[in-house]
Design a protein around this ligand. Structure first.
Ligand SMILES: [Mg+2]
Length: 301
């Protein structure tokens, strides 16, 4: 089941990164993460996931409940998470600045596509929650962009979300290609569709498969994207891909979540270490949601 492959891949990556979020790469090189850890940055038990998972499952829950994509409803579920800790294990402990600003400036009834649109609002906060759209067979680019715009409305973030969904869709529909071939497939579509956009130049290293200047685990959407593809292309299994992402340091949970979503689809649920899955908090609830979401994608969308 591709939904479970991708979403559990994302959740496990998030939880692996939470205990070391904001750690420096030099420190992780001396003491690398090798599995689920307790405590650390937020002093949480092993298997605790964060905003990346919360906003991903909030999106899925809205689509299941509404049997369609209802931007206002998704936004209101995000607000429920922000204000009332819905889709969390306890109180919300991790939120990005752009997401917080967008949610705090939203009131029911206004246009929900009201996310922050400045050049400085290009963190990875919409990219980290966009994966559910990859499982909707007839999704169009405008819809993907609009889901980004709930919080991240700048064109760079919107294109990043479309490229990510296209890579995931390539992996879902062709199981015989390499990761690099999936990235090339998706890139060709994005280059054609956005050919008049000056924003494309920011994606050049991804399109050219050029990571010769190195990658970082920083939260800027382009840095994150480059790191994710680098980690996928320089490993050959789920476990090594997400650990490589975590051990880049900085925005460890989100880089590993975004990497883990694609790695989960590419390698499949059975390749995600079961000892990691079994430590994930509320795992039964998340798997149940994946099953309901797969039905919703097949029947309603
Ligand atoms: Mg997080």
């Amino acid at each position: 089941m591709k939904v479970k492959d991708g979403i559990i891949g994302l959740v496990v990556g998030d939880a692996l990164g939470v205990p070391v979020e904001f750690y420096r790469r030099e420190d992780l090189e001396k003491n690398p993460v090798t599995g689920m850890k307790s405590y650390g940055t937020y002093n949480k038990p092993a298997g605790t996931w964060s905003d990346d998972t919360s906003l991903t499952i909030a999106t899925m829950a809205s689509i299941i409940n509404k049997k369609c994509i209802d931007y206002s409803d998704i936004m209101e579920e995000f607000i429920e998470w922000r204000k009332n800790n819905k889709y969390s294990q306890e109180e919300t402990f991790d939120i990005g600045i752009t997401t917080r600003n967008a949610l705090d400036s939203y009131t029911p009834g206004i246009n929900p596509l009201c996310g922050m649109g400045g050049e400085g609002d290009n963190g990875n906060g919409s990219l980290m929650r966009i994966l559910p759209l990859a499982f909707i067979g007839n999704i169009d680019y405008e819809t993907i962009e609009n889901i980004s715009s709930l919080t991240h409305r700048h064109e760079r973030s919107r294109i990043a979300c479309v490229l990510y969904v296209e890579i995931a869709r390539s992996m879902i529909s062709n199981s015989n290609l390499t990761i690099n071939e999936h990235v090339k497939n998706a890139s060709a579509k994005i280059i054609e569709y956005y050919k008049d956009s000056e924003e494309l130049s920011n994606f050049k290293r991804i399109f050219d498969d050029d990571y010769s200047k190195g990658v970082s685990g920083k939260g800027y959407v382009i840095s994150t994207f480059e790191a994710v593809i680098y980690c996928l292309e320089n490993t050959n299994n789920y476990k090594d891909a997400v650990l490589k992402a975590v051990n880049l340091g900085d925005d460890t949970d989100t880089v590993a979540a975004i990497c883990g979503g694609l790695a989960g689809i590419y390698y499949g649920f059975d390749e995600i270490p079961i000892e990691w899955i079994s430590e994930i908090r509320q795992i039964e609830t998340i798997i149940d949601l994946c099953e309901k979401y797969e039905v919703a994608c097949d029947e309603y969308l």
